[in-house]
Write a protein that binds this ligand. Structure first.
Ligand code: MRU
Length: 364
């Protein structure tokens, strides 16, 4: 997507085989800074610290992390160490394990001397595929928004939670692709952007939408139900970190509450889901999906700019206050109207999703 007059992907590699560049998302929306990653450790730190974040993007970053690691050690042990280090960075989004599993399987079948080149090629393939997946989700989602517009004959009000934007993927974004495409096709759309405490990913969504000229309004996390009751929300679109074969959606903490409010108010609630985000092995979302518990400081300390525009941090709770900071929750399928995937829109049910099962899974 464009930043100023330059087109960026959220992550790209120096040709040939040197470094990987990211947009440091801990600096957004206040500063747009890129950062170069040259080692496995730097890549793992970038994922852990959420310099790169969003389910699809951390998968892609991890794949490139393996390539960087193999530049130094292409042995079986080196490969396994790289995969284990990267897998341990964040537990919830399945895209991380999915991308690492794909790369590991491919590389273990090769002789060490052939591995490094192949790792770069595979990481780049995953990145390019991600762009195509998001673009396809955008086409299906934009049709849904257009349909609503033709029915309502006024701008469509979409509520979104967190950031499932182009910076959370390689390009386009899962939720923002439909919004960008609808907007570009002159379908009038306005987006309610949940702030998404404590990491405030909504600020990233607002930054993205502003850069693309999409009308939007930032709201507190508690405002959604109120707006829904008053008919000010026509559609909820959220991303996903892991979706089960039954269509349960694990996404950023607070998503579940929005789904409850949407159902109570008869508002369609869709998750935008590239198929690598579906974990076919999970049968019980609440019991089996590991929910990341993040540092208490994220809740106790608010970051932003002071009145002079200088980056600052403010403690809003005593360091002694006990804090819980679960980063994700599960929205059961019964609250999900549908899943917008690259292959079309599906009901959130095993019966409907079965056609998407990968061959490897069917053979098990
Ligand atoms: O903790 P984050 O910022 O990595 O969480 C991101 C989300 O929950 C997104 O909604 C999800 O990963 C989908 S991104 C296309």
């Amino acid at each position: 997507m464009k930043v100023g007059d330059r087109h960026f992907r959220s992550l790209w590699a120096d040709a040939p085989r040197a470094r990987v560049h990211i947009i440091d998302q801990t600096r957004l929306p206040y500063a747009f800074e890129t950062r170069a990653l040259s080692t496995l450790e730097e890549t793992a730190e970038a994922i852990r610290a959420m310099r790169v974040r969003g389910a699809p993007l951390i998968g892609v970053a991890a794949a490139f992390g393996v390539a960087l690691a193999l530049e130094r050690d292409n042995s079986d042990a080196g490969l396994k160490r790289a995969v284990a280090t990267l897998k341990a960075t964040r537990p919830t989004a399945v895209n991380l394990a999915w991308a690492l599993g794909r790369v590991e399987q491919k590389l273990l079948a090769l002789k060490p001397l052939k591995r490094t080149e192949a790792a770069w090629t595979e990481a780049q393939a995953i990145a390019d595929e991600d762009v195509a997946l998001n673009e396809a989700i955008g086409r299906h989602g934009a049709k849904l928004i257009e349909k609503l517009y033709l029915k309502l004959k006024r701008p469509v009000n979409v509520l979104t939670h967190c950031n499932a934007g182009w910076i959370a993927t390689v390009d386009w974004g899962t939720v923002t692709a439909p919004l960008y495409m609808a907007h570009d096709q002159k379908v009038p759309v306005h987006v309610w952007v949940d702030e998404t405490r404590p990491r405030n990913q909504g600020l990233l969504t607002a930054w993205e939408l502003a850069s693309h000229g999409v009308p939007h309004t930032l709201i507190t996390d508690n405002a959604g139900g109120h707006l829904m009751q008053r008919g000010q929300v026509d559609l909820v679109l959220v991303g996903a970190d892991r979706v089960t074969r039954h269509g349960d959606v694990c996404n950023k903490i607070g998503t579940y509450l929005k789904a409850l409010a949407a159902q109570a108010n008869g508002i369609p609630f869709y998750a935008c889901v590239p198929t690598p985000t579906i974990d076919w092995s999970i049968t019980d979302a609440l019991a089996q999906i590991p929910i990341e518990e993040r540092a208490p400081e994220e809740v106790r300390i608010v970051r932003g700019l002071d009145v002079h525009g200088v980056p600052s941090e403010v403690a809003i709770a005593s360091p002694a206050t006990p804090v819980a900071n679960p980063a994700f929750d599960v929205t059961p399928a019964e609250f999900v109207t549908g899943l917008i995937t690259e292959k079309g829109v599906f009901k959130a049910s095993e019966r409907d999703l079965i056609v998407l099962w990968p061959k490897s899974h069917r053979d098990q």
